[in-house]
Ligand binder design. Structure first.
Ligand SMILES: NC(=O)c1ccc[n+]([C@@H]2O[C@H](COP(=O)([O-])OP(=O)(O)OC[C@H]3O[C@@H](n4cnc5c(N)ncnc54)[C@H](OP(=O)(O)O)[C@@H]3O)[C@@H](O)[C@H]2O)c1
Length: 290
């Protein structure tokens, strides 16, 4: 078990949802936290909350779709705190709809953020970790990196790419004292689904109703699992053991994947228009306080 007291973490994609909840959980565990994303107002408010917990905090604007931002970000974080012990590459979004209807530009954009953005964060983190003689890189992927759902192909492809990258990097870097972990959240109550609908131009809000309640978690649940992994690094973090088992079976038996997903799809199609969602999980785009 590692002590996290006075350790430094940089969280990319911290202005809402899982990243925000993880920043607060890390501060509770004694860490100093750099938070990064595009919405500075959100980050500054979060940094105030972290400082109020008695930790040092730094809010940094970063768009990981831009080539130099990740490197600048990790550099600024190191300059401010003297070192960077852990980096969480968490920024990402989804796109609702069939991949055959997606333009090349939209497809490239989701890969630019979810995959290439993660690669850029990983490169910058590993460079600093090598100079320091160690560190911990964590990547928020998804359970959808192991199986997929109809109308989620583009997103799942980016998440599968992240997961394979994390698995390879873990083995490449372990002899250098660098840990790599990949996180597989299940449906989590965040702005994620609203953003996906906004991007696809779909007029609806809230979590998809077809997600069974058993498989819906608050971002704080994921945050606690991430902090546990920081204390004791593990290759993969699953926040639902049932989903992990089902995902394993789906990989081993493709017919089982199709059987489960067809049932889900039939359920979705059978719903009356407007009934396919539950009310917004977050009020006016804000997560509930932990
Ligand atoms: N919610 C779920 O059900 C679920 C399930 C599995 C995996 N995940 C994964 O969990 C991660 C966090 O998602 P979430 O659920 O917490 O959703 P969220 O509340 O929408 O958070 C996404 C975060 O990513 C940041 N971001 C997006 N594009 C960015 C960019 N170009 N540059 C920098 N930051 C960017 C956003 O900040 P700004 O908009 O301020 O830049 C925000 O802080 C994502 O990688 C997602 O794929 C989510």
């Amino acid at each position: 078990m590692r002590s996290l007291q006075d350790r430094v973490i940089c969280i990319v994609g911290a202005s809402s949802g899982i990243g925000r909840a993880t920043a607060l959980e890390c501060a509770r565990a004694g860490m100093h936290v750099a938070v990064a994303a595009r919405r500075m107002d959100r980050l500054e408010q979060l940094a105030d909350e972290l400082t109020a917990q008695g930790r040092e905090a730094l809010a940094l604007r970063c768009d990981i779709a831009c080539e130099d931002h990740a490197e600048e970000l990790i550099g600024q974080c190191r300059q401010r705190f003297g070192r960077v012990d852990a980096v969480l590459a968490n920024a990402g979004y989804s796109h609702e709809g069939s991949i055959v209807d997606l333009s090349d530009t939209a497809l490239r954009q989701i890969f630019e953020v979810n995959f290439f953005g993660t690669v850029r964060v990983a490169r910058a983190a590993v460079e600093v970790f090598r100079q320091q003689g160690g560190g911990h890189l964590l990547i928020t992927s998804s359970c959808l990196s192991r199986f997929t759902l109809p109308y989620s192909a583009a997103y799942s492809a980016t998440k599968a790419a992240q997961t394979h990258m994390a698995r390879a990097l873990r083995l490449e870097l372990e002899h250098e004292g660098i840990d790599v972990s990949v996180i597989h959240p299940i449906t989590t109550r965040t702005e994620f689904f609203d953003t996906a609908c906004d991007i696809a131009g779909v007029e609806r809000r809230g979590l998809p109703r077809h997600s069974p309640k058993l498989f819906i978690q608050p971002p704080e649940r994921v945050a606690r699992a991430i902090v546990k992994c920081l204390r004791r690094p593990t290759p993969e973090v699953w926040t639902s053991h049932i989903t992990r088992l089902v995902a394993g079976a789906m990989v081993a038996f493709p017919w089982f994947h199709d059987f489960c997903v067809r049932r889900e799809l039939a359920h979705r199609h059978a719903m009356a228009p407007g009934d396919e969602i539950v009310p917004p999980a977050v009020e006016s785009g804000r997560n509930p306080p932990p």
